[in-house]
Design a binder for this molecule. Structure first.
Ligand code: PMP
Length: 377
């Protein structure tokens, strides 16, 4: 496998060359992790079979899952007051499980509406019980995070739902709202492990793995243990946080391969210097692109400066010149960059710069963007 670096020329006819991947998810993985998967594939440790083929009640799987949980607790500073659950069904399944487990009769869930993902979460909440939007940026095309104060939340909601980083519109909370005694539920799918978080402050946070934690198939849900008592007894087992917690996330066959890849990703994050290192790097990478956008007189950012995401950098060309944006995508692909097309519901361009996208790779993109701007000014 060849990885393109500044000094590695490449040929577009050479299919085994890896592109610079700025996709929003499933997203780039570190080459070291991919190489390790290749090495481990025929035989996992001394189990006599690959990780795809061994049972989830074996000592090997026990060890793997325990190691993954320990790495998660260490890296994210998750206290013992919180249960770590490894679930299937993606982050969207959490839009369903959260209300099914956490809603209390007569007390709605309150939602801060900032993206397509909070809209979906609200729709699912309303199918199960009642939901209420308490702050929203929808009237301004989701270009900012609403300002929240003591009056934003009623104080008697079942929980408050937010999306920490808005993958499609490129906004991100700088700090998390204070919801007092009401549990805060955060969708961290597109920012997990990119910055330090006050893990103990959340009632629940969740993230599917395919952006910063590996392969699609497993979703992390971290839930305050006392909230497990809210799971209704009549809930089918597979939808109940309480039953998943009691069964150590093994009510049925877990997505073992995805859990294994998550383990490799977590080890890689730890060995690189942990979440604090990626927090610094996320700042540097995003500032590099936002500065270029601001200075260019060619690219524009639709996002209010104070709320710009360090993970998904959304930009337009001259406020939304679709022909030039199309050309940008074509020429960037020819130059070895993939995944820069904006989401279908937001348009424009998007560079997703998760942990596996290095500072050097972002530098390559910045160079391409500068050259493209000069050529088309
Ligand atoms: N929430 C956010 C913030 C996302 O970015 C995504 C996927 N892009 C989802 C939820 C849905 O994740 P999944 O496909 O794992 O259900």
């Amino acid at each position: 496998m060849t990885t393109r670096t500044q000094s590695t020329p490449f040929s577009v006819t050479q299919h085994s060359v890896r592109s610079w991947n700025f996709g929003a998810g499933p997203a780039a993985l570190p080459v070291e992790v991919l190489e390790q998967i290749k090495e481990d594939l025929p035989v996992y440790k001394n189990s006599g079979a690959s990780i795809l083929e061994i049972g989830h009640r074996t000592a090997h799987y026990d060890e793997l899952q325990a190691r993954v949980e320990k790495l998660l607790r260490d890296l994210l500073d998750i206290p013992q007051t919180h249960a770590v659950l490894l679930l299937a069904g993606g982050a969207r399944m959490q839009f369903v499980m959260a209300p099914m487990n956490l809603l209390i009769e007569g007390r709605p869930a309150e939602v801060v509406h900032t993206d397509v993902w909070t809209k979906m979460a609200l729709q699912d909440i309303e199918k199960i019980g009642s939901g209420r939007v308490v702050a929203s940026s929808s009237q301004d095309n989701f270009s900012y995070i609403p300002v929240m104060g003591p009056g934003t939340f009623s104080g008697d909601a079942s929980y408050v739902h937010i999306c920490a980083n808005n993958t499609i519109y490129g906004t991100q909370y700088r700090s998390f709202p204070d919801t007092g005694a009401v549990p805060l539920v955060a969708d961290m799918t597109s920012e997990i492990l990119s910055r330090r978080i006050p893990a103990g402050r959340f009632g629940l946070f969740f993230a599917s793995a395919q952006k910063n934690m590996g392969a699609a198939g497993v979703t992390l849900a971290v839930l305050r243990r006392d909230l497990l008592d809210r799971s209704p007894v009549r809930l089918p087992a597979m939808l109940s946080y309480k039953e998943h917690a009691q069964a150590d996330s093994r009510l049925n066959t877990p997505p073992a391969f995805a859990v294994y890849v998550m383990g490799l990703m977590l080890r890689w994050v730890r060995d690189q210097g942990g979440v604090a290192k990626f927090e610094r790097e996320s700042q540097m990478k995003s500032i590099m692109l936002y500065d270029l956008i601001e200075r260019s007189g060619f690219y524009t950012s639709p996002v209010h400066q104070k709320d710009r995401s360090t993970q998904n950098v959304i930009f337009h060309i001259r406020g939304g010149d679709e022909n030039l944006e199309k050309r940008f995508v074509q020429e960037s692909e020819a130059a070895g960059f993939i995944g820069l097309q904006g989401h279908r519901s937001a348009g424009g361009l998007r560079a997703s710069i998760y942990n596996a996208v290095s500072l050097t790779t972002v530098g390559e993109l910045a160079e391409f963007m500068s050259a493209f701007a000069k050529k088309n000014a």
